[in-house]
Design a protein around this ligand. Structure first.
Ligand code: TXA
Ligand code: MG
Length: 329
């Protein structure tokens, strides 16, 4: 891990060699810890599924929570999501700043399925941090970044926090001292009818309501409000019935494969959708949500999934598959 120490008086960050090197590392799918005004972010190219998989791997997250995609401007944000009048008002009032907007994702957005955990919505934020915005701009990529801490630990607000939790996973750490806001961004969803507060954070609810001219519903308290963030991973589910740890395949089932040793009856499968032929769990995680979609045969369809080991990212993959396979009403 290389450390880049920024000083408040530093300008023209883009002209330095290390800035260029960090752009290259990000474009190459590497992980970089980047300060924002809220907390340090564990950043990777949001359009690169494998890079996003390595975020979950580094954090040791046992499940795939969707990630926030950071961009450098409202204009860039509009290429990834549909902005209605409310979204435009909030973005114009509070970006750059500690506000994340959850919006309907444009089908043309290159943000990976894993970054949004298979959802048709996307969380977007233009941070106040100059260096984060400059990196988004110069790489030409949205940067997916959860807080830079191990799963279950508190969010890193200093470079030391980040080093303690993540140093072995990082290509670079950019140190700009303690973050100014110190808590995560406020998350507002504009996907449902009523604007909904998904997570209180660095921007006060009252300030948001003053600009919107209406009150924010608290997630999960009203039928018109979308689910709370913790419930999100159960949101996207294929229509087909899912069978896990399949050791054989029935006529007409779609088979999601892992490794090259296919189970008996694979020749009768309606289709084969590989997660990773080389049994690489990072690759499998990167492909998971796209694979579920591809394997889906519709209402009466059936999907069989080969066993996936439980170590490393396998834990999150199995968690997601178990939710998709759980009986629904
Ligand atoms: O201040 C922050 O927001 C920091 C800095 C680095 O920007 N990031 C951060 O990310 O706190 P993270 O991953 O720790 O929290 C992201 C939250 C999760 O609770 C997730 O459920 C929610 O955002 N989220 C992401 N995409 C969503 C979506 N499409 N719908 C609803 N919630 C979403
Ligand atoms: Mg976090």
């Amino acid at each position: 891990m290389k450390l880049w120490r920024l000083h408040p008086s530093d300008t023209q960050l883009e002209d330095t060699q290390i800035f260029q090197d960090i752009c290259d590392a990000l474009s190459d799918g590497k992980l970089v810890a980047i300060p924002t005004e809220t907390v340090y972010g564990l950043a990777a190219d949001a359009t690169n599924g494998k890079a996003c998989a390595s975020i979950y791997e580094a954090k040791g997250r046992p499940s795939f929570n969707p990630l926030i995609s950071h961009i450098d401007s409202l204009e860039a944000a509009q290429t990834h999501a549909f902005f209605d009048d409310r979204a435009l008002k909030l973005a114009e009032a509070f970006w750059p700043g500690p506000l994340t907007l959850v919006l309907p994702k444009r089908p043309t957005s290159p943000v990976s399925d894993l970054a949004v955990a298979g959802l048709e919505t996307i969380a977007l934020r233009v941070p106040r941090s100059d260096v984060m915005r400059a990196l988004c701009k110069h790489t030409g990529r949205p940067l997916a970044a959860p807080s830079a801490n191990l799963s279950g630990r508190i969010s890193g607000t200093t470079a030391e926090d980040v080093i303690n939790d993540l140093k072995d996973h990082l290509s670079y750490l950019i140190d700009s001292g303690a973050t100014s806001v110190g808590v995560e961004s406020t998350i507002v969803s504009l996907v449902g009818k009523r604007p909904t507060l998904l997570r209180p954070g660095g921007l006060a609810r009252e300030d948001i309501e003053a600009v919107l001219g209406e009150t924010l519903v608290r997630a999960g308290t009203d039928d018109s409000a979308p689910m709370a963030p913790g419930m999100l991973t159960s949101h996207y589910a294929p229509n087909s019935h899912i069978r896990l740890n399949a050791e054989d395949v029935a006529e007409g089932e779609a088979l999601i494969t892992f490794g090259a040793n296919l189970p008996k009856g694979s020749d009768k499968a309606a289709k084969l959708v590989p997660l990773s032929d080389s049994e690489d769990l990072t690759e499998a995680a990167a492909r998971l949500f796209t694979a579920l979609r591809q394997a889906d045969l519709g209402e009466n369809g059936k999907i069989a999934v080969m066993p996936i080991p439980h170590h490393g990212l396998g834990e999150a993959i199995n968690d997601r598959l178990a939710r998709a396979a759980a009986p629904r009403d």
